[in-house]
Design a protein around this ligand. Structure first.
Ligand SMILES: Nc1ncnc2c1ncn2[C@@H]1O[C@H](COP(=O)(O)OP(=O)(O)OP(=O)(O)O)[C@@H](O)[C@H]1O
Length: 624
């Protein structure tokens, strides 16, 4: 934050300069009043002193309002830059580090803490400088009027300052605690709001209300502590100035009575003392705000230091587009890959992949099956390079993915996640998310391929229908197909489908198998499937168990030689109603011709759609 603030030094300095000019105008006012008293007492013309006074009033008002505007503007510029940088760093954050943070706390740091930091960096800092200058200027002028009255004043104010500094220290600690408590409260709210149906279905409203109530209570307690220290800070200064005023008036009047001081000097001194009260209060208010702001700045800086995805190959030269994936290399290869997740602040390791090796050809359907927790999704996340491998090698088109720019890896690989992530926004925005330049014809065809045409036709605003958070407004199956269409529009070289058929009924699943077959003629499709029937005719099936590849082969082959596969397939194929699954049929792989670029890497959608038009129209939403 400090480095961002430094970029706005010009505006900040201009604000401070205007403030100092305002200070000069205010400090000259008692002197002008002194002149007025002398002129009135001596019977001289008062026009000059009155004009002086009016000029100083106007200049003071003008400079202080200009200062407020300029400083406010600098503050907004600083917070804008900080938020822009923060958002960029959050979106590029390393997933392991990101996963350790509470999203509610991240939200609080990005929105509220940046605002508090703005107040501290711009307003409070300027207030401190300007008020400090007023106090110092006032003290010097008072010193010139009378040394001993000044010593009395400094004694009272000094005592009050010692108390105030001690209070400011305590205030900072309390403010930091309060910011952390507010972050935890926001995290609690975010946690339940993102799972509201689960909360209701589990009848956990009261429990959650109590839990969040406790977080709110902690925030209240630390907030009260902040207020208490804040409340003590200003009066401690006020007591000092009031004490000084009482002593100065008493002693000064005695000196005037004895003829040791003239009335005009005492009046000017007292006016300076009065003038000190407000800047002193502002000074300590500024200290309070700055102290609270420092706590916020500390939290913003911590967030900005979130580790980033390492793009070791960001500037690496060389081929990057699908058209340049060497045809003689497999699309994806795993060589003895080992990987462990790191959990919690202590980075405890959970070994998930333990020497995984297999390869996927540039065309055709590869299915990955295995019991829950075997590491199938993790494998996909490594292909997307969400995490670096701990050992071994993942290759894409024959190249180590660590040596490819991240952007290229993610352009080459399309990923339909297990939980079908859709977002708030229109259906069109969701569809074109990975390819914002997709035209209407391409959208229509991707929608047709994913079997969404009739669903969208029934919506009043069609593609422009707004979806709620996480794509609410569509059924689970429709959301899943929306994500498939989105990935189709991306035209990837490798398409990863994680349980993409889990929400489809058996008729729709049959149609989807047909789509898979079509798509797999144009790119490598890797599909995780719990339903063996979806991938029974895959060109290759990889059986995973406990982080290892147990066997690879085609259905019939695996039925004969792998016990786990036989068990998985046997229980499902016998348990599932409907027609017996067809015998494995190798997919005819079309001769490969390297497409020139990602944009044209796929054949025209028209061709693909023509072959898949026979997708069964959806009769009702329930069927999906
Ligand atoms: N972000 C994470 N942090 C820590 N451990 C994780 C994380 N994600 C997954 N795991 C662990 O890794 C293991 C493998 O998970 P993964 O999701 O890859 O399994 P899977 O085979 O896809 O399971 P399923 O078929 O149920 O989706 C599990 O034991 C899980 O607990």
């Amino acid at each position: 934050m400090a480095s961002v603030a430094r970029q706005h030094t010009g505006l900040l300095c201009a604000g401070v300069l205007l403030g100092l000019l305002g200070v000069g105008a205010s400090l000259a006012q008692p002197w002008a009043i002194g002149n007025l008293i002398v002129a009135a007492g001596g019977g001289a013309s008062m026009t000059g002193p009155v004009a002086q006074l009016v000029g100083l009033f106007c200049a003071g008002a003008l400079f202080s309002s200009l200062q407020a505007y300029v400083i406010g503007r600098a503050g907004e510029n600083i917070v804008f830059d900080v938020r822009r940088i923060l958002v960029g760093r959050l979106l590029r954050a390393d997933l392991t580090a990101f996963g350790k943070e509470s999203q509610g706390d991240i939200f609080t740091r990005t929105v509220t803490d940046t605002s508090l930091a703005r107040i501290a960096l711009a307003q409070s800092l300027a207030q401190l400088i300007v008020s400090g200058a007023t106090v110092v200027g006032g003290i010097v002028l008072m010193f010139l009027i009378d040394l001993w009255l000044m010593v009395i004043t400094m004694g009272c104010l000094g005592t009050a300052s010692v108390v105030s500094v001690a209070l400011a220290r305590k205030l900072r600690k309390a403010a930091l605690q309060n910011r952390d408590d507010t972050g935890a409260f926001a995290g609690g709210i975010q946690r339940v709001l993102s799972a509201l149906p689960t909360v209701k279905a589990s009848r956990a409203e009261s429990r959650e209300a109590a839990r969040i109530g406790e977080l709110a209570e902690s925030t209240r307690r630390s907030g009260i502590r902040v207020n208490a220290y804040n409340a003590l800070l200003m009066p401690s200064m006020n007591v000092g100035t009031q004490g000084a005023l009482a002593v100065v008036v008493g002693v000064g009047m005695a000196w005037v009575a004895r003829g040791e001081m003239d009335m005009a000097s005492l009046t000017t001194f007292i006016m300076y003392l009065f003038q000190l009260v407000s800047p002193l209060v502002m000074l300590f208010m500024g200290v309070g705000q700055l102290v609270q702001g420092r706590a916020a700045i500390q939290r913003v800086d911590e967030l900005a230091r979130l580790p980033q995805e390492g793009d070791t190959a960001a500037g690496a030269p060389g081929p990057a587009l699908p058209g340049q994936l060497a045809p003689h290399w497999p699309a994806v290869e795993f060589h003895d890959v080992r990987f462990a997740y790191r959990r919690g602040k202590r980075e405890e390791r959970t070994q998930v992949l333990d020497g995984v090796s297999f390869s996927v050809p540039t065309r055709g359907l590869t299915a990955v099956v295995g019991p829950s927790g075997a590491g199938k999704t993790t494998m996909f996340q490594l292909i997307e390079r969400f995490y670096p491998v701990d050992g071994g090698l993942v290759r894409l088109g024959g190249r180590d993915i660590e040596a490819l720019p991240l952007d290229t890896v993610r352009a080459l690989v399309g990923y339909v996640q297990q939980d079908s992530a859709a977002m708030r926004g229109t259906i069109r925005e969701n569809l074109t998310y990975a390819n914002p330049h997709a035209g209407d014809a391409a959208i229509r065809e991707a929608v047709e391929m994913a079997g969404l045409t009739s669903v969208i036709a029934q919506l009043p605003r069609g593609l422009d229908t707004e979806l709620g958070d996480q794509g609410s407004g569509l059924s689970g199956g429709q959301r899943q197909r929306l994500c498939i269409a989105r990935t189709l529009l991306q035209q990837p070289a490798v398409m990863l489908l994680d349980e993409a058929t889990s929400n489809l009924d058996s008729d729709s699943e049959r149609d989807f198998r047909e789509v898979l077959r079509r798509v797999s003629r144009h790119c490598a499709v890797i599909a995780i499937a719990h339903r063996i029937s979806t991938v029974i005719d895959a060109d290759q099936i990889v059986v995973m168990e406990a982080g290892r590849v147990r066997a690879t082969g085609v259905h019939q082959d695996l039925m004969e030689r792998d016990e786990l596969y036989r068990r998985l397939a046997g229980s499902q194929l016998h348990a599932e109603p409907g027609p017996v699954a067809p015998a494995p049929r190798p997919v005819p792989v079309e001769p490969w011709a390297p497409p020139p670029s990602i944009a044209v890497g796929w054949p025209s959608y028209a061709g693909l759609a023509e072959q898949t038009m026979q997708l069964r129209p959806v009769k009702s939403e329930e069927h999906w």
